[in-house]
Every structure is written in C-alpha cells, then in structure tokens.
Design a protein around this ligand. Structure first.
Ligand SMILES: [Zn+2]
Length: 185
C-alpha cells in the first residue's frame, strides 16, 4: 500500500502530536515552505539554545509528487531547501560548534520509473541523501549500507543515549571525530 506524502503529513499530525506529548516534546505546525517554517523555528531556536529539533520542509517533495522529480518546480523547491539549510547553518553556527549537529535528509528518492512517483526499486527511487554538518563532523565514507534507519540510532548516540539492542539501524559513528560522549543515567 502506498501513501502520498501529503496525505501522510496530514495523517501524521495527530499521531505525531500524541507521540511527542508522550515523550515530553512539543509539536507545532507553523509556516509553509522551508523559509516560512524556518522563520518560525528560528524564534524557538533563539529561545531554547539546546535540545533536539526536527523540521519538516516539504518544498521539493511536494513538487516531485506533483510535477516530477528533476522538473523545474522540483529544482525550484530544491533551491529553496538549499537556501534554508544555509540559513539554518548560519543561524545555529553549527559549522564551528562541536556541540551542535545538523542532519538533513529526504525520506525517499523519486522519478526512477514514473516521473512523479517513487515506489519502484529503481536506483533513483531508493537513493536518498543524508547530509551531516557540524563542528564534530568529519568527511567519511559511510558505506553502501548506510540508510535512513541509521539516523534514529545516530541521534541518541550523539546525546549519549544507548541505542536499543533490537533496533535495526546503527549509529553512523565514522562521520564524527572521536570524542568522549556523555552517558545517559
Ligand atoms: Zn514524498
């Protein structure tokens, strides 16, 4: 069964809000497009200088689904994401800050077989970028097996929280300089 991400986003709002409340986190749905969402997020980032922040920027995804991957609309969305990422990096100072990590990724590729779909095993559908930036990030070959499931394992590792032993993903440790990390109580 396949869901369009726009539908998933609406479906996830209620579930995401309840899940976040369960773990003591807050969820807001403010702004539209990467720059507008970032405008709202910056207010929170300036108020709370530490913690885990998750931003969902829909620009390229929506354009890929509606107009096709690599279409002019998609490329416009990708440029908007790129600009917002540069601004986020500048605002947070992540490039020079060893205590901050920025991880950016897509949730799927697209356009492999059908221009505006991503449900095949075509290389363009299953190739997904993962970008990690920060003062403790180093250039590294993460290996062909690196995937999105490794991100939820990497985040707690960065925070000094053990990854559950039954979790499928692994911390992408080779992407970071070796430092002593805090161990959660
Ligand atoms: Zn999508």
């Amino acid at each position: 069964m396949a869901f369009r991400c726009t539908a998933i986003s609406r479906l996830f709002r209620g579930a995401g809000t309840r899940l976040a409340a369960h773990v003591g986190a807050q969820v807001t749905f403010e702004g539209s497009g990467a720059e507008g969402i970032l405008d709202q997020a910056i207010v929170r980032l300036e108020q709370e200088r530490s913690g885990l922040f998750f931003l969902h920027w829909p620009d390229a995804d929506l354009a890929g689904h509606s107009d096709g991957w690599m279409s002019p609309a998609y490329q416009c969305g990708a440029r908007q994401l790129d600009g917002a990422l540069e601004r986020l990096a500048r605002v947070t100072g992540v490039l020079d800050d060893p205590s901050t990590v920025l991880i950016a990724c897509a949730d799927h590729g697209g356009g492999g077989i059908v221009a505006n779909d991503h449900c095949s095993r075509h290389l363009e559908d299953i190739t997904i970028p993962i970008v990690m930036v920060g003062g403790q990030v180093v250039p590294a070959d993460l290996g062909a097996g690196a995937s999105l499931v490794d991100i939820p394992a990497t985040v707690p590792w960065l925070l000094g929280i053990p990854t559950p032993t039954n979790y499928a993903g692994r911390a992408l440790t080779e992407g970071f300089i070796p430092v002593r990390r805090p161990v959660a109580a």
